[in-house]
Design a protein around this ligand. Structure first.
Ligand SMILES: *Cc1c(COP(=O)(O)O)cnc(C)c1O
Length: 384
């Protein structure tokens, strides 16, 4: 049986992996080396200098490619370094269409770093895929999207967007951090590029910052590899190892994340002190039907508005939580709580935030895999 024909729950463990030749180590060693001896100039065993390639990083890159059903994987020092490499495919004057409620760090990178170099970003509401059409010009080179979005959990129809993009020969890149390939595989839905903050679900243990890109097309992979090597924003072997280890339990963790996510979403939705819960599993959530068709389940990320709360009250609730730790990030085994207006989306102005529904009282939670009754008790306590 080739690795390619394995089912997802086996690919997480074996996908793209080869047995280590020296001693048969079941996990690839952490090749903590900057360089590799050569027999004569240019004659080596496939590795010459560790920015260009490192065997531990290669093992991770192959694992990431496998679980996203891609052909090529590239690992970076962070999710943002991966996004940075993708935008470097473009030239001054090129245009990017992006959804308007994306991760705050991506927005900051686009607006405050790349606009300076003459790349034009148009941020639009993508609830309805056809609404991107009027924004496509002959300069549009990339459609950037995130689904479910952060923190409003909006759902974008990946298949419909890629169909439109194909007609105009525009690349589509999907930030698949929130869903993880367990829930959704954008390349299968027609996307050209998948990007991950592996810091989140892929790593899964809140112990590493790392980013990934997965593609199918060789020419595109070559261009991205050139940028990775030329710009140098690679991850180290230890971090590669940790994310590779994380991926091996992705399917088991995600299954429990989803179960707990559903239980918490329903608990909050029925709570008298809660005004609204944003979670794509609710039948009245915008584009719920699309979520149902492109995702395996609805995930463990959700946001909610406490009844009658303002900035101060929201902070008071967050401070009363004890099991849910107040911290940036998401996707780890432990439950985390965040306040988008002051934390992840603090880089946006209040006006920009309100335009996309991020109210000052909005609380975002990343439901972990603890016993769900303990999590409910913690929330009940804080809301009361
Ligand atoms: C965290 C995150 C990023 C950035 O990744 P880093 O690893 O922190 O650089 C990008 N997109 C999404 C959706 C994220 O949650």
């Amino acid at each position: 049986m080739t690795n390619k024909s394995l089912k997802f729950n086996s690919k997480t463990i074996h996908g793209g992996q080869e047995l280590e030749k020296a001693y048969g180590a079941v996990m690839p060693p952490i090749y903590q080396t900057s360089t590799f001896a050569q027999e004569s100039p240019g004659e080596h065993k496939g590795y010459a200098y560790a920015r260009s390639a490192n065997p531990t990083r290669t093992a991770l890159e192959k694992a990431m490619a496998s679980i996203e059903n891609g052909n090529y994987g590239l690992a970076f020092g962070s999710g943002l370094a991966a996004i940075d490499a993708i935008i470097k495919l473009l030239s001054p004057g090129d245009e990017v269409i992006s959804n308007n409620d994306l991760y705050g760090g991506s927005y900051r990178l686009f607006k405050q770093v790349f606009e300076k170099y003459g790349i034009v970003f148009r941020f639009i509401d993508m609830h309805n895929a056809v609404s991107i059409e009027p924004y496509i010009t002959n300069k549009t080179k990339l459609i950037w999207l995130e689904t479910p979005t952060n923190p409003m959990l909006n759902i974008i129809d990946i298949k419909a967007i890629t169909k439109i993009a194909e007609n105009h020969e525009v690349l589509v890149a999907v930030d698949n951090t929130f869903a993880s390939p367990y829930l959704q595989r954008p390349l299968d839905l027609g996307a050209d590029i998948v990007m991950h903050s592996a810091t989140k679900y892929l790593g899964g243990h809140s112990d590493t910052v790392l980013g990934g890109i997965i593609v199918r097309d060789k020419a595109l992979a070559d261009k991205l590899y050139f940028i990775q090597n030329a710009s140098g924003a690679i991850c180290g072997p230890m971090d590669s190892f940790l994310v590779l280890r994380g991926i091996k339990t992705l399917h088991v963790r995600m299954q429990r994340h989803c179960e707990n996510g559903r239980t918490i979403a329903e608990f909050l939705n029925h709570h008298s002190k809660v005004e609204k819960v944003f979670w794509p599993g609710f039948t009245n959530h915008p584009n719920h039907e699309i979520a149902k068709s492109q995702m395996k389940d609805f995930g463990a990320m959700l946001s909610f508005l406490p009844k009658g709360a303002d900035y101060k009250k929201a902070i008071a609730i967050i401070k009363k939580l004890s099991l849910f730790m107040l911290a940036e990030s998401l996707g780890g085994v432990e439950s985390l709580v965040g306040h988008p207006a002051s934390m992840s989306h603090g880089g946006m102005t209040k006006k920009e935030r309100e335009k996309v529904g991020i109210k000052d009282a909005l609380i975002r939670i990343s439901v972990g895999i603890e016993d769900v009754q303990d999590l409910i008790e913690d929330l009940e306590n804080a809301l009361r």
